[in-house]
Design a protein around this ligand. Structure first.
Ligand SMILES: [Zn+2]
Ligand SMILES: [Zn+2]
Length: 354
């Protein structure tokens, strides 16, 4: 997934020559620096447990809190989520095409555009002004230029409505062959948690290796370069990509887990909400308070050579985060839990004069 413009405000790369264009000599040397493999494997395993455990705990906590509030404040009784799902299921009479195809694409579209409406408003108007101090690459695409936005919009809409729809239609028979996933009864919370952990692993593996492959000179110029036109991405560019990349790096890694597990359609909807929110946030260009850190993927758009994965586990294993770990962005790669921007807490080092 990827980005572009010309002029100071837009920060676009028009004629980027190859797959690793914006790295100076010092940085290249740093990338070559080898860390002991044993250390990286150990840290990668540690990171896997930490991230997967963290996501599961956060999901369980959010679900319990939401259930409590809904039952307390809205007077919902019994199992709120089961009751809600039964209403949806019965309303559409369990129709596989309406729930499986239209419903899934609708959930994906609403999630993508609801988040992007918020970020686009900021990118175009620069308002609300107090949020601009959270911009990661200060002054870049601030405001975003209209021609570049229009170009991005065309690619995004094509990927969303043509490529994704065709992919969904192709997936439907595979999903149905895997087992009936449109059931009236929801799976248990514990099973959903197990499935989420599996989805995350497939997403990390699928995205990391397909993304690294797309950086190979053989594929980069023809496919992935489009996504990297934006060196300072905006939310919309989460799916600004060549259709082949959209299928290979976005759709397949996200659907692999649910297909293998034969998941319930409601679990798939929830997973897609998580994946799409995460992709938009990773490209949004703002490190907002209480939002997951988008620093790693923003760094990937800036430097091209590091941070290929989503969770950072495989980047640690393969040492493709060495440059990132030495950067200021790595210091800022945390959950911001105060209103002070991380660019103030960890300011850029003053430029050395030659
Ligand atoms: Zn990207
Ligand atoms: Zn890339």
């Amino acid at each position: 997934m990827a980005s572009l413009m010309s002029g100071d405000s837009c920060h676009v790369v028009e004629d980027e020559p190859c797959c690793h264009p914006i790295v100076d000599d010092n940085e290249s040397t740093e990338i070559e620096a080898k860390e002991p493999k044993k250390n990286r494997v150990k840290q990668s395993i540690h990171k896997s447990f930490f991230i997967l455990g963290g996501v599961i705990i956060i999901f369980a906590a959010i679900r319990n809190t939401l259930t409590w509030h809904l039952q307390k404040c809205w007077g919902a009784s019994g199992d709120f989520w089961q009751a809600l799902w039964v209403k949806v299921f019965d309303y559409f009479e369990g129709d596989a095409f309406i729930i499986g195809f239209i419903g899934t694409n609708l959930v994906a579209c609403i999630t993508f555009w609801a988040l992007n409406a918020f970020f686009l408003f900021m990118d175009i108007t620069g308002r609300p002004a107090f949020l601009r101090r959270y911009k990661i690459q200060e002054g870049k695409n601030d405001p975003v230029s209209r021609p570049q936005l229009m170009k991005a919009l065309k690619v995004v809409l094509f990927n969303q409505f043509v490529v994704t729809s065709m992919y969904s239609l192709l997936c439907m028979p595979i999903v149905q062959w895997r087992g009936d996933c449109i059931l009236r009864e929801l799976p248990t919370v514990h099973w959903v948690l197990v499935e989420l952990a599996v989805f995350l692993i497939f997403e990390e593996i699928g995205f990391y290796y397909s993304h690294r492959m797309l950086h190979h000179p053989m594929f980069y110029k023809h496919i992935h370069k489009l996504h990297h036109e934006w060196t300072s991405p905006i939310g919309l560019t989460a799916i600004y990509a060549h259709p082949v990349e959209h299928v290979l790096s976005s759709l397949i890694p996200a659907t692999l887990g649910p297909i293998i597990m034969g998941s319930h359609i409601a679990t798939i909807w929830m997973w897609f909400v998580m994946v799409i929110s995460s992709a938009v946030n990773a490209h949004c260009g703002y490190h907002l308070p209480f939002f997951p850190s988008p620093e790693a993927h923003d760094f990937h758009h800036l430097k091209f050579t590091n941070c290929f994965g989503t969770l950072g586990i495989l980047d640690r294993l393969h040492g493709t985060d060495i440059l990132f770990r030495k950067s200021k962005q790595y210091d800022r790669h945390i959950l911001l839990t105060s209103l002070t921007p991380l660019s103030s807490t960890f300011p850029d080092s003053p430029k050395r004069s030659k």
